[in-house]
Design a protein around this ligand. Structure first.
Ligand SMILES: Nc1nc2c(ncn2[C@@H]2O[C@H](COP(=O)(O)OP(=O)(O)OP(=O)(O)O)[C@@H](O)[C@H]2O)c(=O)[nH]1
Length: 322
């Protein structure tokens, strides 16, 4: 069996996939309609929209298949993301790359596979639109064109999904993105019995930057904080501009102490930015952190409120009361 190679731009690809929020944003009816339609139209056992992360193949939508994920190492889609063109395997049992693959020899009994890579708007190939059948079959040129059209529609859908949850100015998740993704982060943390910590951030004296130097310069300050956040935090940390000069970070697999260390690092990086920015104003913020209470109600709002109140206490303490 041939294990899929790792793409040359893997780190960038994974960063785009994680930033897109697609892994956490759950199933959507519009994608399900596409896989159901493809399954019928091509008359195959399964039609899938997959996402390939570090280790696993995730099913963003699946018609005819009920598993949540399979290891990337044995996946067909791990191969499909390596090229711009579709990967077509008429009979996997006769293909040396796949003949002894457990998905071919085992219960899944895959014979035919056709997968078209799926790109995000920034060009990163994050998964594939694929058709699978339990019988060997051919796939002609017009079917290939149809498969490509399905893939292009899904790419448009990914772009819309990502635009709806992205803050245009900073590129971070927006309020809608936060509301969707934080709920998934809670569900995941509960399932894995892992800590989850929220940081709430509010810029200090931001109105003064706007009033003294103009709105465009205020926008520069918001963008600067976003880029320092992106550079100083881990890929898996969810970075959000909640609105105005309010930002949030969801630290997965991190307790309050870990989040505190990450926030200290962010404060240092912002200080460093201030030293070299050449701007007449300084970036400064107040912050509060709150670890998710697994024994509590499981609700998002009380958790946000707790982090916001701690942020506000810091603001008052620093004589920066609103
Ligand atoms: N430039 C710019 N300003 C914005 C944007 N959204 C909100 N604002 C402004 O952000 C300011 C937020 O007000 P405050 O929260 O009182 O700002 P502050 O001066 O940081 O107050 P403290 O939090 O008490 O330090 C308001 O002046 C809004 O007009 C934006 O997208 N761009």
């Amino acid at each position: 069996m041939k294990i899929p190679a790792i793409p040359a731009d893997e780190a960038k690809r994974l960063a785009s996939l994680h930033d897109s929020g697609l892994l956490e944003s759950g199933v959507t009816e519009r994608l399900d309609r596409m896989t159901r339609l493809a399954k019928r139209m091509f008359n195959v056992s399964m039609a899938l929209i997959t996402l390939v992360d570090e280790d696993m193949l995730h099913f963003k939508s699946s018609a005819g298949y009920s598993k949540e994920a399979v290891p990337r190492k044995i996946s067909f889609c791990g191969h499909a993301i390596l090229s711009d063109a579709a990967l077509v395997i008429p009979d996997a049992s006769r293909d040396e790359r796949f003949a002894d693959n457990p998905l071919v020899t085992g219960d899944a009994h895959i014979r035919f596979y056709a997968g078209h890579p799926l790109r995000l708007p920034d060009g990163a190939i994050v998964g594939s639109f694929c058709l699978i059948d339990r019988q060997a079959r051919d796939f002609d040129g017009s079917e290939l064109e149809n498969l490509k059209d399905f893939a292009l529609i899904v790419e448009d859908e990914f772009a819309v999904m990502s635009a709806a949850t992205t803050d245009e100015l900073t590129g971070l998740f927006n309020r809608r993105g936060f509301d969707n993704l934080a709920k998934f982060a809670i569900v995941g943390a509960r399932r894995r019995a892992e800590p989850l910590t929220l940081a709430w951030i509010d810029l200090d004296d931001f109105k003064e930057i706007n009033d003294t130097y103009g709105h465009a310069e205020g926008d520069e300050a918001l963008k600067a904080l976003a880029s320092v956040m992106t550079a100083s935090l881990r890929e898996a940390d969810l970075r959000v501009r909640y609105g105005g000069d309010e930002f949030a970070i969801v630290f997965s697999g991190t307790d309050e102490q870990g989040a505190w260390i990450a926030m200290q690092h962010l404060v240092e990086q912002v200080d460093e930015w201030n030293r070299h920015s050449g701007k007449p104003w300084k970036l400064a913020f107040s912050w509060g952190i709150s670890e998710f209470d697994h024994g509590g109600s499981g609700e998002l709002r009380p958790w946000m409120k707790d982090a916001d109140q701690k942020m506000y206490a810091m603001k008052v303490k620093n004589n920066k009361g609103r």
